[in-house]
Design a protein. Structure first.
Length: 511
């Protein structure tokens, strides 16, 4: 039924997985929810909210009436989408169980508990790098136990022995000092007047639309209650008014939170604030909206949030640089993290040349032609984007003058100004429209159709980049001075001196 990886979780197994955990009033993510057996159990145990993913369209229809779906493929979910959760409970496809568990752990918020089933051989026969990495996670942050062939008499049976993996993401020492903690708790009268850092009318219009949407929701709810009062005891038509999403009734608080999240995305887009929006900031905003349920979405709060985001840019970029550095330096040769590594990468500094895995899909690796790069968008593209923002912060360059690596590769029509790419568009019509607007204000711009291909170096931002069909991308700093500046800044943040290189060995020997 459905696909070869579809194995509904038996109720006895779910009880074993969750024995001893208090799920009441908790927010829980089920990354591969199937038809919702685990979801049903979580809701019966008093979960405040269950969010889920499921790739199969027919199964998604079943799930849509039970919980909120945040994506089809859980491997495409990013950390800011789940930064507010307490638990991850999962029965991932056994064909890629280690990959799913590792991804869940990597994007889980600090303090989150991950409870997962997997094939026992995944943890007892660590032949592959991903399996070795999972074993390391278990050794460092949890445990596993053999449940035996617990699916042998289930709805869809198998004699495969199953392991139960339990992990706890280490709590963040700064959890009590979230970037937005203590703000936005006062509901002041909104100021009328100044343009500030965002056009006043735009903010006012956004807030008014938010307020009107909530009022419409409330009037719909009142109409439904009134309809029920009038018809109860006299009619049995079943007519009702309600707000739904994907066939599931939407609660008022969830409706408000979804509006606020989309409102913040709108603000960041209109303000061109992507230069500030590191992965960490997206996580903080999502967590803030999810946890601070009494916070009003007012003009004062919006301006205050923007002030905080801009005012804390330096510390946030330091945090982003450290995260980028730690992630990149894991991939050195013979690393202890059981992840893919290369001699090009260093473990004590970011190499002038470095390699990242999983940047491209591998399904074209046997095609020997110079075909267009097919990007595998995920956490490493986020990492590269954060690196670009950090380097812009170091150099003083404007991030808005660069194109994200993913868009640079995927969008064929590049707009150039003074020999530099300033944007990329998906089709020629959109690019042509942008060219006309820029030329109208005196900009010297032109369109260039260019698509990077596998096996050839291309220039992007501060790097030369080459993609390979096995999934990796190679990066080379174009400016050696900037490479040194980045590593010096990391050394300062980490509190250790960098090794000094000997520039002229022959001269030193002669001396």
């Amino acid at each position: 039924m459905f696909n070869s990886d579809f194995y509904p979780t038996p109720s006895k197994v779910i009880e074993t997985m969750l024995y001893g955990y208090d799920l009441n009033n908790k927010v829980i993510w089920e990354p591969s929810a199937g038809k919702g057996d685990i979801v049903d159990y979580l809701l019966l145990q008093g979960a405040k909210q269950v969010i889920a993913c499921e790739k199969n369209a027919d199964l998604r229809k079943i799930l849509s009436g039970k919980c909120k779906l945040i994506a089809d493929d859980c491997l495409q979910v990013q950390s800011h989408q789940v930064s507010h959760i307490d638990f991850i409970v999962m029965n991932p496809p056994f064909s890629a169980d280690e990959k799913h568990i590792i991804h869940a752990f990597e994007i889980a918020p600090a303090g989150c508990t991950i409870i997962a089933l997997c094939n026992l051989s995944t943890v007892e026969n660590p032949t592959y790098n991903n399996r070795k990495k999972l074993i390391q996670l278990i050794d460092g942050f949890g445990s596993y136990e053999n449940l035996g062939a617990c699916f042998s008499d289930s709805e869809r049976s198998t004699k495969i022995e199953i392991a139960l993996v339990k992990l706890v993401k280490p709590a963040n020492e700064d959890a009590a000092n979230d970037e937005f903690s203590g703000f936005f708790m006062e509901d002041e009268v909104e100021q009328s007047g100044s343009a500030g850092i965002m056009p006043y009318n735009m903010v006012r219009d956004l807030v008014n639309r938010y307020v009107q949407a909530i009022k419409i929701f409330d009037s719909q709810l009142e109409a439904g209650i009134l309809m029920n009062d009038i018809t109860t005891g006299y009619f049995s038509s079943g007519i009702a008014f309600e707000c739904t999403q994907q066939g599931k009734k939407v609660k008022r608080n969830e409706f408000k939170k979804d509006l606020q999240k989309s409102g913040w995305l709108f603000i960041f887009e209109k303000l061109n604030m992507q230069k500030y929006a590191t992965r960490g900031l997206k996580e903080d905003i999502n967590k803030f909206v999810e946890k601070q349920e009494k916070v009003s979405f007012t003009m004062r709060n919006i301006y205050k949030m923007i002030e905080i985001v801009i005012g804390t840019q330096s510390s946030r970029m330091d945090k982003a640089m450290l995260e980028v550095f730690d992630k990149l330096t894991q991939h050195y040769d013979e690393n202890r993290y059981n992840v893919e590594g290369w001699k090009t990468n260093k473990h004590y500094l970011m190499g002038e040349k470095f390699i990242l895995p999983g940047m491209c899909y591998q399904d074209q690796r046997w095609d020997k032609g110079k075909s267009k790069i097919s990007t595998n968008f995920g956490s490493y593209f986020e990492l590269v984007d954060d690196l670009l923002k950090a380097l812009c912060h170091l150099t003083g360059d404007n991030y808005d003058h660069f194109i994200s690596l993913n868009h640079f590769i995927r969008y064929e029509y590049k707009i150039m100004e003074n020999g530099k790419y300033i944007s990329a568009e998906y089709n020629h019509a959109t690019a042509d429209d942008k060219i006309k607007k820029l030329k109208a204000v005196g900009r010297n711009v032109k369109i260039q159709a260019f698509e990077p291909v596998y096996g050839q170096w291309f220039d992007w931002a501060y790097f030369e980049v080459k993609a390979y069909k096995k999934g990796t991308m190679h990066f080379k700093f174009k400016d050696r001075e900037l490479w040194g500046k980045f590593n010096q800044h990391i050394a300062k943040l980490k509190g250790y001196p960098l090794y000094e290189t000997v520039k002229n060995t022959a001269k030193n020997k002669a001396a």
